[in-house]
Design a protein around this ligand. Structure first.
Ligand SMILES: [Zn+2]
Length: 59
């Protein structure tokens, strides 16, 4: 799935983020591991100074 994060006025878009589907309600969600990784990467992306960054999550 594509995830958009806003941090300190900058927007970071991550494409191809691995997601899971809840077996009960069928909604998509991100694991704690992926969520933590996203926040970490967003911080790094923003230090580049760009107002918007589009990145591919998957290697
Ligand atoms: Zn659910």
């Amino acid at each position: 799935m594509t995830v958009t994060l806003e941090r300190e006025g900058a927007i970071v878009v991550f494409k191809r983020v691995p997601d899971d589907v809840c077996e009960n309600c069928g909604e998509y969600y991100l694991s704690d591991e992926v969520t933590g990784e996203l926040l970490e990467r967003a911080e790094k992306a923003i230090t580049s100074g760009a107002e918007i960054e589009i990145r591919r999550y998957a290697a």
